[in-house]
Design a protein around this ligand. Structure first.
Ligand code: ATP
Ligand code: MG
Length: 586
């Protein structure tokens, strides 16, 4: 029953089998064939014992031995075909499913990733998909094999002695009770087990990405304790699972033995009465033996099916989350944006939070103009920058590009017009070249060189393999300033008409900053810029400044105007602010 439910949970994966139906047919036929050969053997044994062996027909005996050898060989080939093709099909299905899972993860909005631990996603992508694959390649096949074996063996037994066959059926009935009990217990354990594996993965992942901080703060023992506690939880749950499985297997193993005793007693009685031949009894017992292995398999298949149901439940939690930020039907493509940006009555809260981070934000940036955003820490500057490339969608009002709501534009088109560099310069474990180009159709080396020059990232030419040098995970083989300059080069590469730069120069020294600013000023001349400013020096790049406070723009104007008219602005950009932004009076 529960296994049947497991099969239902697999409905979603049926389309993944469709491309491989030919292979499925091969292994299905091989499966049936191998079953037929296995089922024919007791019949032949019965024939040998009751025929040539009883009547001393030596030549017939040799012939039958030959037939047995041929059947054995055929079974060998069929089993190979079955195992091989079930493995091939399930592996292809697993690969396709994992590719789709990854695509889906990328399509999901940033807010989804804010709320999911990466270890939980990792364990779903790797171990849960593997669990589904294992069930499809072994569990499902053994499940079908077991059902067919039971049906075939039952018919053959009925032919031999129907009363004896019914006795075997009665002895097997407790399967339903045992497996149902197991189902209710194990489904809870399986879910807990897989969730805890995800938590453990998260701890390992956090350790790997935060290793510098952990070591610098001497927090290894703390992390070790966290890990061991989690590992201990996982072990306890695994032990519960082992106990439950062991109990089921023992119970299921007991049933064929019970049947065997009953068959020996009643069958022996029938032989004495002359209603059954010795060969018939031996064949009957062989059929009971044929059920022993499938009974073992039922226990195993059932636990696998529970794990598969849990795995698919966990996968569905991700796969059923619809990407909220996606192309609307009829979304438009912008050929070449003029770079006119407008925020009209924008209000924004982070999902799962009631606090308005931005409210009534009105801001127009004319083509070619650069607006600096100033505000105390946590005032929502970065959040505002996220809204332009639609990393998040507004809750109120709208963001317009060339007068079109960004939600009406195709994401790919919108984002191809905006170059971004955020506070945290994220790089990938790939070559410098790949990190800069990021798959965009950048054709000329000139463009690349120009972007590197603007960002003062000439250090890349001195790396051991130049642009082909691989940077470590998250760019950790580079210095903070180098990473930031690469991220800046990446943003300006390809000359996007809109640049969103979130404090792009915070980690570079004063001299480099001055050089970059000079080059950036040239780049910003022709494009529209939204520049989050933390340091007064960067303000030179902005034509106009907007002051963000309490989630809204409280003042706009040139730097000089705001310095003269706005006390908060003066305070933020004064020397005190440089020392501690948090001490600024409200
Ligand atoms: P800073 O000058 O320090 O970079 P900021 O002005 O860029 O600050 P934001 O990063 O935009 O500030 O954050 C604005 C507010 O939104 C903060 O109070 C922050 O706690 C909150 N916030 C930021 N990211 C999230 C998130 N993913 N989920 C919920 N709240 C968030
Ligand atoms: Mg910020």
């Amino acid at each position: 029953m529960s296994t049947a439910l497991g099969l239902l949970a697999l409905r979603r994966y049926v389309p993944y089998l469709r491309p491989y139906l030919g292979l499925v047919a091969i292994f299905g036929l091989a499966q049936l064939g191998s079953l037929a050969t296995a089922a024919s053997i007791p019949k032949i044994i019965q024939y040998i014992i009751d025929g040539p062996a009883t009547h001393h027909q030596l030549d017939r005996l040799v012939q039958m031995a030959g037939v047995l050898v041929l059947i054995g060989l055929l079974e060998f080939v069929l089993i190979f075909l079955r195992r091989n093709y079930s493995g091939v099909v399930s592996l292809r299905m697993e690969t396709d499913l994992r590719n789709d899972f990854y695509t889906h993860l990328q399509d999901l909005q940033v807010a989804f990733h804010d709320n999911w631990q990466s270890g939980q996603l990792l364990s779903r992508a790797i171990s849960d998909i593997g669990t589904v694959r294992r069930f499809v390649s072994f569990g499902l096949i053994w499940f079908l094999q077991t059902i067919v074996t039971f049906a075939v063996v039952f018919v053959l037994m009925m032919q031999l002695d129907w009363k004896l066959a019914l006795v075997v059926v009665v002895c097997m009935l407790p399967i339903a009770y045992f497996s149902n009990k197991f189902h209710y217990k194990y489904k809870v354990i399986a879910r807990r087990l897989q969730d805890q594996q995800g938590d453990l993965t998260t701890i390992i992942e956090e350790m790997a990405t935060g290793v510098r901080i952990i070591k610098a703060f001497g927090r290894m023992p703390l992390m070790q304790r966290r890990f061991e506690d989690q590992a201990r939880l996982l072990r306890a749950t695994s032990l519960e699972g082992i106990k439950s499985r062991a109990l089921l297997w023992t119970q299921l193993n007991f049933l064929p033995n019970l049947s065997l005793v009953a068959v020996l007693l009643l069958g022996g009685f029938n032989v004495v009465q002359g209603t059954l031949t010795i060969g018939g009894l031996i064949a009957f017992m062989n059929y009971v033996f044929m059920l022993t292995w499938p009974m073992d398999a039922i226990g195993w298949v059932m636990s696998m099916s529970e794990e598969c149901q849990t795995a698919s439940e966990r996968l569905n939690e991700v796969l059923d989350s619809r990407p909220e930020i996606a192309d609307h039907p009829g979304a438009r493509t912008l050929e070449r944006s003029r770079g006119h940006i407008e925020l009209r009555g924008v209000g924004f809260k982070y999902p799962k939070s009631d606090e308005w981070i931005l409210r009534d934000v009105n801001l127009v940036i004319e083509p070619g103009e650069t607006v600096g955003i100033v505000g105390r820490t946590g005032s929502g500057k970065t959040t505002l920058a996220y809204l332009l490339p639609r990393l998040y969608d507004v809750d109120e009002g709208s963001v317009l590009m060339d007068g079109i709501d960004v939600r009406e534009l195709k994401l790919r088109s919108l984002r191809s017009h905006i170059g971004v560099a955020f506070e945290d310069p994220i790089l990938f474990s790939a070559s410098v070249h790949e990190n800069l180009v990021m798959g965009r159709p950048i054709t000329s080396d000139e463009e690349l060189k120009r972007a590197i020059d603007i960002a003062q990232a000439g250090f890349v030419w001195d790396l051991p393999w130049g642009l082909e040098t691989r940077v470590g995970e998250q760019g950790y083989t580079l210095s903070g300033g180098q990473r930031q300059r690469l991220a800046l080069a990446r943003a300006v590469l390809g000359g996007p008409p809109v640049l969103v730069l979130d404090d792009p120069l915070s980690s570079v020294d004063v001299h480099t900053e001055a050089v970059i600013e000079e080059a950036l000023a040239r780049v910003l001349e022709g494009v529209t810029g939204l520049l989050v400013v933390h340091r007064p020096s960067t303000l030179a790049l902005a034509n106009r400044v907007a002051l963000l406070d309490g989630g809204t723009i409280v003042a706009q104007g040139t730097h000089i105007e705001l310095m003269q008219s706005n006390e908060l602005y003066r305070a933020l950009l004064s020397q005190q602010y440089e020392r501690s932004a948090e001490e600024v009076p409200a």
